[in-house]
Design a protein. Structure first.
Lengths: 433, 280
């Protein structure tokens, strides 16, 4: 058997073995709930908007229901697998509740099957990344296949950033091979999580003046906007509020320098301060695109823009790095060990046993253990002991991002680099002639 | 050179932002109702910290804490009103009413609607001496209010030795309390003055004191004026507290960026030496 296939099968086996037994009940519960709504013909944005209005009415604060606030394409990647699940288990609820602060009720054994089925698109995306990477660099594919951070995010947490990763990787590869229609199409799908939106100006900027290529790119991209247009027409205010207003008014934080905000209990102030971070991101990204967007090779330009947006961006969740991890692996200037910081952060922010709810809820003994452990965890949390390592990890990760960004932006200095770049320029000049 | 400028800017940005919690706590958070989380509210006055929990939790509605004068960052819970265990006309305040919250700079206005009733709970810190919890309804109501603390050592002179079982106290508009805070070991005293005459006051024993006082009344309006202090020789020893974090975060930020700059400097020197060696 070809070694690439062997690697893919090994990566698949590891993921499938873990998938049914773990989940982040808030995030996987959102995908389950949204799949149910869409399959029954409902409008998921209306549902989330109603919940938000109820919360805002009850609290008098600009708080939001943290439900499905993604690109509409995403849910259609999960619905077929949820539909297959209902063919076996029927349409009854098997994961009930689970949005913070409440804990879910799981109906066994079907809950495990539902968790497994909803993770299949994520596993496919992960394995596809391994397959594509193995063609380019087998060693890097091995790193991705067995990286604890990637495995944790995809099949323990159940977060779908691997879907962003595969489509971002494909958009980079197709753009490099001058298949601009496919580049636009795959980039459009990578927007299922909106943080890759910062790359749109980069792609457009690199194609400015080459109008045919730009047209092809935008045509491919526009296909992915069809569901967006549909929801904008069907439920404009719900879609606008759930996707745009929610993202715009989200309070900053995550594995970044802004997580001190969790120590400032004042929503209005936090939202206002978050606009500083948004402004810094816009300025930083614009600077990188205008100054380096055309000068750097595509891979480095894409990474520079993404790293700049992670550096100043107001939200940097633990899983975001997965999206650019394959590109980081391909780039010789970046240090892929960057993943350690968000991986550590996961265990500082969330209790490790929280991800094991599907196992712990299976027996009253384990169920009881969960709450005993939770008392200790909450005591540590409310005493503020965790906030210091949380903040330190956030800053450390930001500084690591800065270091990697500077490696990308650094002018070529060393003798070997200069001679290599001269040789390269000579080759290019000769070819042009 | 420009990249060095980016590093300098970023380092200053990190350090400057790390002072935000301290600036907020010192200049913005005092004597104002601040909403946070899923809809909880907090008010910090010079003497009291008042917490009103979010709409998904029936406890701490409100929870009134004392700030000891010598250790202002410590918060000693004085008394907690609970919606979980309080009733109006037999309906539970937490489960059987729709709740919405509004604020003015000084007062928190919590509105309970349902069963033909509109009830407002106003929580206010009018002076530095007391916290007011006022319940106003659109008609006369029969109310059962529960106030919790682990533990009250005496209520109106009655202690657990004289009342080892749930005991109805003589009707009074004042509740004079002494307490032992079980988590900090601090003792203190307080009082709850009621604006109307209640129909019943009962205390409920728990371990070495009472953990619950229930007050029943029939009226359309009632104000509870809560005040308290910790014993003068009972100031808690300053220990690590969540509210100390704003002082620690700038230290963490400065330490982290210094470490980064040192490592980058070292790494840069190593790289330069390597490239010089390779040229020669």
């Amino acid at each position: 058997m070809e070694r690439r296939i062997r690697l893919v099968l090994a990566a698949l086996a590891v993921r499938l073995a873990i998938a049914p037994f773990f989940m982040h009940s808030g995030d996987l519960g959102t995908i389950y709930e949204s799949s149910r709504i869409v399959l029954s013909g409902g409008n998921v944005y209306n549902f989330v908007y109603q919940q938000t209005l109820l919360m805002q009415h009850a609290s008098g604060l600009p708080v939001f229901f943290e439900g499905y606030a993604y690109h509409p394409l995403l849910i259609y990647l999960f619905v077929p697998f949820y539909w297959l699940f209902t063919l076996v288990a029927g349409p009854s609820l098997v994961i009930i509740g689970g949005h913070a602060p409440s804990l879910p009720v799981l109906i066994y054994p079907w809950a495990l099957l539902a968790i497994f089925m909803l993770k299949i698109p994520i596993v496919i995306a992960d394995v596809a990344v391994v397959y594509v990477l193995a063609r380019l660099d087998f060693r890097k594919a091995e790193i991705y296949a067995f990286c604890p951070y990637v495995i944790f995010i995809s099949v323990v947490w159940g977060m779908f950033d691997a879907i962003v990763a595969i489509f971002l990787l494909l958009s980079y590869l197709t753009f490099s091979k001058q298949s601009y229609f496919l580049a636009g199409l795959t980039y459009g799908v990578s927007l299922v999580k909106l943080y890759t939106a910062v790359l749109a100006p980069l792609y457009v900027y690199r194609l400015l003046g080459r109008w045919k290529e730009l047209g092809e790119f935008l045509l491919g991209f526009s296909f992915t906007l069809i569901p967006v247009a549909y929801y904008f027409i069907v439920s404009p205010s719900a879609f606008w509020n759930v996707v745009v207003v929610f993202q715009g008014l989200r309070v900053m934080g995550g594995v970044n320098l802004y997580n001190f905000i969790w120590n400032v209990p004042d929503v209005i102030f936090d939202v206002l301060l978050s606009t500083v971070a948004s402004a810094a991101t816009i300025i930083g990204v614009a600077y990188v695109i205008l100054k380096y967007g055309r000068r750097l090779p595509l891979l480095e330009a894409v990474l520079a823009v993404m790293l700049m947006s992670f550096l100043f961006g107001k939200i940097m969740n633990e899983q975001f790095l997965v999206a650019i991890f394959p590109l980081i692996l391909l780039c010789k200037k970046c240090d892929y060990r960057l993943w350690a910081a968000p991986f550590i952060f996961i265990f500082l922010r969330s209790a490790f046993y929280y991800f094991a709810i599907p196992i712990l809820w299976a027996s009253p003994y384990f169920y009881d253990l969960y709450f005993q452990a939770d008392i200790v965890w909450r005591q540590i949390q409310t005493a503020g002991y965790l906030m210091v390592p949380v903040y330190a990890t956030g800053i450390a990760f930001s500084l690591l991002i800065l270091w990697n960004l500077l490696q990308l932006l650094k002018p070529i200095r060393s003798w070997e680099d200069i001679s290599l770049s001269r040789t390269f320029s000579r080759v290019v000049r000769t070819r042009r002639k | 050179m420009k990249l060095r400028r980016l590093t300098t800017f970023f380092v200053l940005y990190v350090v400057a932002l790390s002072f935000i919690p301290l600036i907020h706590q010192t200049f913005i958070a005092q004597s104002r109702w601040l909403g946070y989380g899923l809809g909880a509210y907090a008010f910090q006055s010079p003497s009291y910290f008042v917490l009103f929990n979010d709409p998904y939790d029936g406890s701490s509605k409100p929870n009134i804490h004392i700030n000891p004068s010598l250790v202002p960052n410590e918060r000693i819970s004085l008394i907690e009103f609970s919606d979980w265990t309080s009733y109006v006309n037999g309906y539970n305040l937490f489960n059987d009413f729709n709740v919405s919250i509004g604020t003015s700079p000084k007062a928190l206005d919590v509105t309970y609607t349902g069963h033909g009733l509109v009830i407002h709970k106003f929580v206010e810190v009018p002076t530095r001496d007391y916290v007011s919890v006022k319940i106003v309804a659109n008609k006369e109501i029969a109310v059962h209010i529960e106030m919790w603390k682990w533990v009250f050592t005496s209520v109106n002179g009655v202690n657990v030795t004289t009342a080892p079982k749930p005991t109805v106290l003589p009707i009074s508009q004042n509740l004079d309390l002494t307490f032992l805070d079980q988590s900090s070991g601090v003792t203190g005293s307080g009082s709850v003055k009621m604006s109307r005459v209640p129909s019943q006051i009962e205390v409920w024993p728990f371990e070495n004191g009472f953990n619950r006082i229930t007050v029943d009344y029939v009226n359309s309006e009632m104000e509870f004026a809560v005040s308290g202090s910790v014993g003068s020789n009972q100031q808690p020893f300053p220990t690590w507290n969540y509210t100390d974090l704003p002082y620690v975060l700038p230290i963490v930020a400065i330490a982290a960026v210094c470490l980064y700059l040192l490592l980058v400097e070292k790494h840069g020197k190593k790289n330069k030496a390597r490239s010089r060696r390779s040229r020669s």
